[in-house]
Design a binder for this molecule. Structure first.
Ligand code: FAD
Length: 354
């Protein structure tokens, strides 16, 4: 039985869900609040009005990409099975690298949307404000367009693909409130030039910390990295750099501008940058609170659309997306997925909404 389905978000997950649903004959509307499809892979030089990302009234920016970002998984693992992520010539430019730059991922996703006609069902500049279950097992989706016009449309099912990686998580540093330097999160880092001659402390030594330390080394006076994965006494000059050191975690920050590491070293710093990861927008607040909902979970997309929509679970509410706790694996790929792992809601989330 064919359904009328709303998909919220036109990032990698929303696009591939849109494709799967269309392929099975359902009618689909993909809501996207941004001006183009591609989600997290749309680079912008814009940053949020609060560089730490804690002010609830800040101007929000969805993407966390910095200019130098290259993917940290090989193309073969990132591409959809129905549309391999191979190097293509885009208007005269081609990125042949196995770990290409972010521009290549965006072009890949946008081409996917175009070639499979998913772009035809995307409503750009249209933010979903809420979705609620109404009588007769239908969903009412309320959305707002750029010109502030608010609309409601009725659907048989809703698939939430609004992303996992746009809200900063911060390290807890004793004394930070009275520390006078600049604090920010890597979500709001774009290029290294503004850090010329500054002393920068990066908290976190995983994906973004590793990239950003190399970016900064050519501009900053000193780069100090605080890692929670090393022994307390760690204080290592980084090979190949004369201005970069790896430390154990920060112990405290003081009002005189100094920062003390667990290894006992004291650094007078200009900037502390939290490279401590991201979490998703509050789906609970946005969409779920008003609902008595049934959450359906699976990690096998192979059964996702076909099983789900053939059954009469009209009131089900899907949350699909790239799951941050799972590594990508071909075994989790659907016929047409890879980039977005179709693992649904985290368990803790399920508990929260019960
Ligand atoms: C810095 C960084 C580097 C990464 N590097 C890699 C990598 O190398 N390889 C890899 O596989 N993955 C990487 N990822 C993970 C990346 O998030 C996934 O690849 C994938 O892009 C996630 O897709 P998504 O569709 O789940 O979410 P997103 O891409 O975030 O898309 C969500 C979309 O939903 C829209 N939206 C949100 N709320 C609403 C609403 N209320 N109404 C309408 N639209 C809405 C947003 O505007 C956005 O377009 C990286 C992530 C980050 C942050």
């Amino acid at each position: 039985m064919f359904r009328h389905v709303a998909v919220i978000g036109a990032g990698a997950a929303g696009l591939v869900v849109g494709h799967e649903l269309l392929r099975e004959g359902h009618t689909v509307v993909v809501y996207e609040k941004g001006e183009q499809v591609g989600g997290s892979w749309i680079y912008t030089s814009e940053t949020e009005s609060d560089p730490l990302g804690v002010d609830p009234n800040r101007y929000p920016v969805h993407s966390s990409l910095y200019k130098s970002l290259r993917v940290n998984l090989p193309r073969e693992l990132m591409g959809f099975q129905a549309y391999p992520f191979v190097a293509r010539n885009y208007e005269g430019s081609v990125d042949l690298r196995r770990y290409p730059g972010h521009e290549e991922v965006l072009r890949y996703l946008q081409n996917f949307a175009r070639e499979f006609g998913v772009d035809q069902v995307v409503r750009l500049h249209t933010e979903v404000l809420n979705a609620r279950l109404v009588e007769s097992n239908k969903w009412k989706v309320k959305s707002r367009k750029k010109d502030d016009v608010v609309e409601e449309e009725t659907f048989d099912a809703v698939v939430v693909c609004n992303g996992h990686f746009s809200v900063p998580r911060l390290a807890q540093v004793p004394g930070i409130d009275s520390w006078p330097g600049k604090q920010m999160h890597s979500h709001n880092y774009r290029i290294p030039n503004p850090f010329q001659d500054q002393v920068v402390i990066l908290i976190g030594h995983y994906a973004s910390g590793l990239d950003i330390k190399r970016d900064l080394a050519g501009f900053a006076k000193e780069v100090h990295i605080a890692s929670r994965s090393v022994a307390d006494e760690t204080h290592e000059k980084q090979p190949g750099y004369d201005n970069m050191w790896l430390h154990s975690m920060v112990e405290r920050a003081s009002e005189d501008g100094t920062v003390v590491f667990r290894n006992g070293r004291v650094v007078s710093a200009d900037v502390i940058m939290h490279c401590t990861g991201l979490t998703g927008t509050s789906t609970t607040t946005l969409f779920l609170k008003p609902m008595a909902l049934l959450l359906w979970m699976t990690i096998v997309l192979g059964h996702c659309t076909s099983t789900f929509f053939r059954q009469s679970w009209h009131q089900a509410f899907h949350l699909l997306g790239y799951h941050r706790r799972l590594s990508l694996s071909p075994s989790l790929n659907s016929r047409a997925s890879g980039l977005p792992v179709f693992c649904l809601v985290e368990l803790c989330f399920l508990h929260k909404t019960r």
